[in-house]
Each structure stands twice: as C-alpha cells, then as structure tokens.
Ligand binder design. Sequence first.
Ligand SMILES: [Zn+2]
Ligand SMILES: [Zn+2]
Length: 265
Amino acid sequence: MKLIDSHCHLDFPDLEAERDEVIARAGKAGVALMVTISTRVRRFDSIRAIAEAYPNVFCSVGTHPHNAGEEEGIPAAEIISLAEHPKVVAIGEAGLDYFYDKAPRDAQAAGFRTHIAAARETGLPLVIHARDADDDVAAILRDETGKGAFPFILHCFSSGRALAETGIELGGYVSFSGILTFKKSEELRAIARDLPRDRLLVETDAPYLAPTPHRGKRNEPAYVAHTATVLAETLAVGNDEIAEITTENAMRIFSRIPRSALNGA
Ligand SMILES: [Zn+2]
Ligand SMILES: [Zn+2]
C-alpha cells in the first residue's frame, strides 16, 4: 500500500526541527511521496532545498492568500521560471481566504489569477486554498477556465457542495484533509461519497489539522493514513483500494513526478 500526502508544510517550524524523523515515520506509515507546499515565493529557496534533500519529497512554488499583500505584484513569469526546477510539481498554494482575511481581498484575487496564469503556462496543477469564499473562487475558476483550461486541486476541501461540483465540472481534483475524519464532518463525507473517484486526493496540510485520533496535536505526513482510512470507509472500499485510487490520481495530476519516484528508485 502506497499513499501520497498531496499537501504538507515541511518548512514550518513545528516540523523543521525533526524533519528527518518526520519523513522517516511517513515512509513507515506507507507514505511513498509528499508534496511540500510553498506559501511565499520569496522563501522558495528553503522549500526547494527540502525537496532537493529527500528523494520522496516534491514541492510547489507560490504565494498563500494570507501573504498576497506582501507579495503583491510578483509576476507570473517569476513563478514560471522558478517552476522549471524538476522537483516543482505544482503552483501555489493560492486562492481566497475570507475567514482570516489576512490580506486585502483584491490582492488575494489578483494573486490567485497570477497563479492561474502560471499553472496554465506550465501545465502544473494549481493548489487552491479556499476558505469562506466559495462563490468568488467558483466565479474566478469559471472566468479563467473560459480563457484557457488549467489543472487544479481544491486542497483541504471544506467548502460547500456547489464549489466541489464546480471544481469537478471544470476538470479539477478535490483533496481531503484530516477534517474528513472529524465527527461533525458528515456533510463533507457525503460530498466525498458523491464525487467521481478519479478526482479524489488525500493530504495532511501538516503541521495543521491532525486527523482523529491525533486531533488537536501537531500533524505530520504519516497521519494521512488516518484520513485515507476514513475516505475508504466513506466510499465503502478497502484501505488498499483507496490507496491505489488516491495515489494513481495524485500521479496523474502531479504529472511531473516520475513513476520511478513512487517506486523508490
Ligand atoms: Zn491552504
Ligand atoms: Zn497549506
């Protein structure tokens, strides 16, 4: 059984101090590959260094919506250029977060569209962060897809059913985090049950959002197995089958990851 943690933050201080151990524990838990996600283009060097240091870690490049104010105006060309590195397999995370509203909404939207342009140009999937912004995320996705298709992932999906359906309709993938395992997430599990199986991914978003039974503690990529187990139960399939489904989906959407990496070569 092989799992892929499609979204974690190995550069964050909570994981940085014992990164070797965290990555080793992931391997023991069946996590063959991890994608560590960039939140600031200006700090991409540290992300790239982590991806270069571990054969089973890949990365993205981009500006989190929280940081869209401080990184306003970074052109798509700069992101595209950084994305030439062979270990970069995605663009982002970018999108809209109206829950925290840490950056002005117009800066978030502008950054989102810049990252879409980079995804369209490179063919690498855009990792989309959406929180309390379903309608605006859907509107931008529709508008931009109209200008030219681009691959994307709705990461840490916790939005409403309509956004999931829009994402699927526009060709996107939906990634579930530890939130899927929480007792009160019945509606989220109902959404997962209804989505096409060839668009489902799992992630940790570590160090945040540890799944049950680690809820409230620091999260790490090894725990993606718990989310995968709940997704398997939700879909009434076995653990091996959900691993195969989500790993094949991840290999398809992260099209730059070589098959040999999955096999540990
Ligand atoms: Zn996010
Ligand atoms: Zn994240």
